[in-house]
Design a protein around this ligand. Structure first.
Ligand code: NAD
Ligand code: UPG
Length: 480
């Protein structure tokens, strides 16, 4: 039985390997991680990540040909194909801090492979990495001179959280980059044969290593750019009386633009978009391309502007003070159908409200209280100014409550902010919410989830991102 080992049992490693195990019962797939509690959770009923459909896939193969283990060196030594799926966050200190990818985890894993391997291996980059990382990994792997031969492939992952299983079962494309040598091409074919078990041949693209590595960064940059473009338009819509959803619909009808990924929001979040664009910016700077770097930097600057604009709108609408007021936050995850909060706009808005001395009451159907408190207390680096963003102070902890019911969270609130597009927020009883709130009752919809006309009929003062402004708000312009 051919054995595959994936290093890193996170949002990518876990689901990706589960689907490979499901589709290739003749392969033995072992996912390893240095985090024992994560591996423990992968071996239990309640998996460490929430992803629709994941439980069924894992249950179908776990113990059959899918295993989760902390015995990293043994499984790495035994495997023929190794996937590297460790985290590659943004560097927070030193050279390139705030921009460059931190390859500490990745390099440790590569050195460990070199140290324990005694048979030839194909090493597949699954993590998102800077262009030319494959060359660096080759250098690390080959420094041992113990006769073991490695072929390094780039096979970036394009799944989105919340739809990961669907994306893995029916990918729009699979990208494999390899060396243009006979050995390199043989390795590409070996990986291609695995995907070919369920992915149509014409959807498996093969390229050289650097094209594959760069395509991943470029793909995320283009997607994030669309969100920033429509978010930039949302500010202009509010200033002119146009409606961003109508504009998005109208431009999306043009097949050259297309309708997807044009939902204006309080700003994109997630572990990938900002990190990967910053990484791209850094690579451009290192290659002497400041104009290109500045072009992509704008995508993140607009995202920061959009988050700040929303926060300031909340504060300015409520007579420029939220001190002592209760604000309900509906949604803490960075998007629906995930419990992941990395870079969520909710963190930014909540921290901003806490600094203004508001009391916030948070409801999210999937995110735990521990995670919320951790996120609000964590120091983050402001990428643009290279200074730590202000976390929540110890006293601010008393200003936060986490509720497991949206009606409880909003009871007695002066304002409600919708920050994640959970489907259930469309169907809440907003009359009941209004009745339980202080008056005037404010609704700040950062996801265009509610019908502003209906909510105004109930009595709310409504701010809906990118939509014509409520007369109340027209008199209270917010600075970004
Ligand atoms: N999250 C996504 O939706 C997504 C999608 C596509 C690509 N990616 C990329 O995939 C990579 C992984 O992302 P993720 O979201 O799964 O990260 P993650 O933080 O959820 O998981 C990474 C795991 O790697 C483990 N790890 C780190 N160093 C290790 C080592 N030396 N040995 C063994 N385990 C080690 C960590 O403990 C962690 O559990 C990143 O480069 C990311 O940019 C992520
Ligand atoms: O029209 C849109 C679409 C998205 N978003 C926001 O953008 C962020 C990212 O969303 P999405 O791309 O759906 O989720 P991710 O799981 O971050 O997936 C992205 O990042 C992954 C990691 O690299 C890639 O693999 C995926 O292809 C890429 O979509 C989220 O905050 C969304 O709410 C919007 O505000 N408006």
């Amino acid at each position: 039985m051919v054995k595959i080992c994936c290093i890193g049992a996170g949002y990518v490693g876990g689901p990706t390997m589960a689907v490979i195990a499901l589709k290739c019962p003749e392969l033995e797939v072992v996912v390893v991680d240095i985090c024992a509690s994560r591996i423990d959770a992968w071996n239990r009923d309640k998996l460490p990540i929430y992803e629709p459909g994941l439980d069924d896939v894992v249950k179908a193969c776990r113990g059959r040909n899918l295993f989760f283990s902390t015995d990293i060196e043994k499984h790495v030594a035994d495997a023929e194909i190794l996937f590297l799926s460790v985290n590659t966050p943004t560097k927070t200190s030193g050279l390139g801090a705030g921009k460059a990818a931190d390859l500490t985890f990745w390099e440790k894993a590569a050195r460990m492979i070199a140290d324990v391997s005694n048979s030839d291996k194909i090493v597949v980059e699954k993590s998102t990495v800077p262009v030319k990382t494959a060359e660096a990994i080759e250098k690390i792997l080959n420094h041992n001179n113990n006769g073991v031969k490695y072929q390094v492939l780039s096979n970036p992952e394009f799944l989105s959280e919340g739809t990961a299983i669907e994306d893995l079962l029916y990918p729009e494309r699979v990208l494999i980059g390899g060396r243009e040598t006979p050995e390199g091409q043989k390795a590409v074919q070996t990986l291609k044969d695995i995907y070919a078990r369920w992915v149509p041949d014409d959807l498996i693209i093969t390229t050289n290593l650097w094209s594959a590595e760069l395509s991943k960064l470029a793909s995320n940059a283009f997607q994030a750019q669309r969100v920033s473009s429509i978010n930039a338009m949302s500010a202009l819509c509010e200033a002119t009386g146009a409606s961003v959803s109508e504009v998005a619909y109208a431009i999306g009808m043009d097949s050259r633009i297309g309708p997807k990924f044009l939902n204006s929001s309080v700003g994109f979040g997630g572990s990938c978009f900002q990190k990967d664009i910053l990484n791209l910016v850094y690579i451009c700077e290192c290659n002497g391309l400041p104009e290109v770097a500045n072009y992509w930097k704008q995508v993140i600057k607009i995202n920061d502007y959009q988050k700040r604009r929303f926060l300031n709108r909340v504060i300015s609408s409520m007579f420029n003070t939220v001190s002592g007021k209760k604000i309900a936050i509906l949604g803490f995850a960075f998007k629906k159908d995930t419990a992941d909060t990395r870079e969520s706009a909710s963190i930014f808005v909540s921290q901003g409200l806490l600094r203004e001395k508001a009391n916030i009451s948070i409801y999210d159907p999937k995110v735990t209280e521990d995670q919320i408190q951790y996120d609000l207390a964590t120091n983050k680096l402001d990428w643009d100014n290279q200074v730590p963003q202000q976390p929540m102070s110890p006293t601010a902890r008393n200003q936060v409550t986490v509720m497991w019911d949206p009606y409880e969270a909003t009871k007695g609130a002066h304002g409600v902010c919708i920050l994640t597009e959970w489907d259930e927020f469309k169907d809440l009883d907003y009359k009941k919410i209004y009745d339980g709130m202080q008056k005037p009752a404010f609704m700040f919809d950062g996801r265009n989830m509610v019908d502003p006309v209906k909510l105004r009929e109930i009595g709310f003062i409504v701010y809906s991102i990118g939509r014509p402004l409520d007369p109340w708000l027209l008199d209270m312009p917010a600075v970004a």
